[in-house]
Design a protein around this ligand. Structure first.
Ligand code: MG
Length: 296
């Protein structure tokens, strides 16, 4: 199941993608005699795996209400996360080597995961504009990343139980102002500017993705492939990240974790190839989809 948030007829809603249509969640839950949580984030916080079978059964009914996919404005699946987004830095070997000049760059391959967070409220959606804040930076870079959406609260999660705590997967573009990142010797500010977290186009439920997660991942700018790898090349894999991050720190349903980006970012080129107005950035992950954003 693919869970999508959207605006239709001027109203925010969310539902399930069904080929070229969207089935609104309120229509599905009405059939089941349940109230509809206000947002997809609220839905994730109250969801249990047993609901999945019920939703599938209702989806197969012929008379269920549907909205044509091309009639909605897609928003980020979670436009307003409750907390900052958790991120990993340098989690693909080749990328760690290409950004040696950045903070922490002396030891190229980290011994422990490098965690930081970014403000992403709002996250922007598929086809939304990434706006270059020209008065502060023009060294704007792309980073395609597999994003984990946590499905239930947990602390001290053992690696073998990590998958239980995942709701699903989506795509993020961890947009970064490299000069700000460098100047402040920290990753937070240069990644937290407005419009710097495209997310989506939807969340793919974990039942559709085999575990361990080994998916092709790529990013192109104006049709030219810049990043290309597979999530199996992460230095710290998903069970390790969830287990390690949750040591003494409760992860909550709806939390989003960006798992790092592969090699090929703009700053890895000589000379660097930063984003400019008019660029179209496409972030692709196998079995999830393509997140497209336009730079302005
Ligand atoms: Mg990143």
């Amino acid at each position: 199941m693919k869970f999508i948030s959207y605006i239709y007829d001027g109203k925010e809603g969310y539902g399930i993608v069904d080929e070229n249509s969207i089935v609104p969640m309120n229509a599905l839950l009405k059939v089941l005699g349940k109230n509809t949580p206000e947002s997809l984030l609220d839905f994730i916080c109250t969801y249990s795996d047993s609901l999945l079978g019920d939703l599938k059964a209702v989806l197969s009914k012929e008379n269920i209400e549907k909205i044509p996919y091309d009639r909605v404005k897609i928003t980020a699946p979670i436009p307003h996360p409750r907390r900052n987004i958790f991120c990993l830095g340098k989690n693909y070997r080749e990328h760690a080597l290409e950004i040696k000049s950045l903070p922490g760059g002396k030891t190229a391959i980290p011994d422990y995961p490098i965690y930081f967070t970014k403000v992403a409220d709002p996250c922007i959606g598929h086809m939304d504009k990434v706006i270059i804040p020209k008065e502060y930076s023009e060294n704007i870079d792309y980073e395609v990343e597999l994003a984990l959406v946590i499905g239930k609260d947990g602390r001290d999660i053992p690696m073998e139980k990590a998958e239980e705590y995942i709701f699903g997967y989506t795509i993020a573009n961890d947009i970064t102002a490299r000069d700000i990142q460098k100047k402040h010797v920290q990753w937070f500010k240069g990644k937290s500017l407005d419009t710097f977290t495209p997310l989506g186009p939807y969340i793919v439920h974990k039942s559709l993705i085999d575990f361990p997660v080994e998916l092709d991942i790529s990013c192109s700018v104006n049709g030219e492939i810049r990043q290309k790898s597979n999530t199996k090349h992460m230095i710290f894999d998903i069970p390790y990240i969830i287990s390690d991050l949750s040591k003494g720190l409760t992860l909550r349903a709806g939390d989003i974790i960006l798992t790092g980006t592969p090699a090929g970012v703009g700053m890895g080129f000589d000379p660097p190839r930063f984003l400019k107005a008019g660029d179209v950035v496409e972030c692709y992950i196998e079995k999830i989809g393509t997140l497209v954003n336009i730079v302005e």
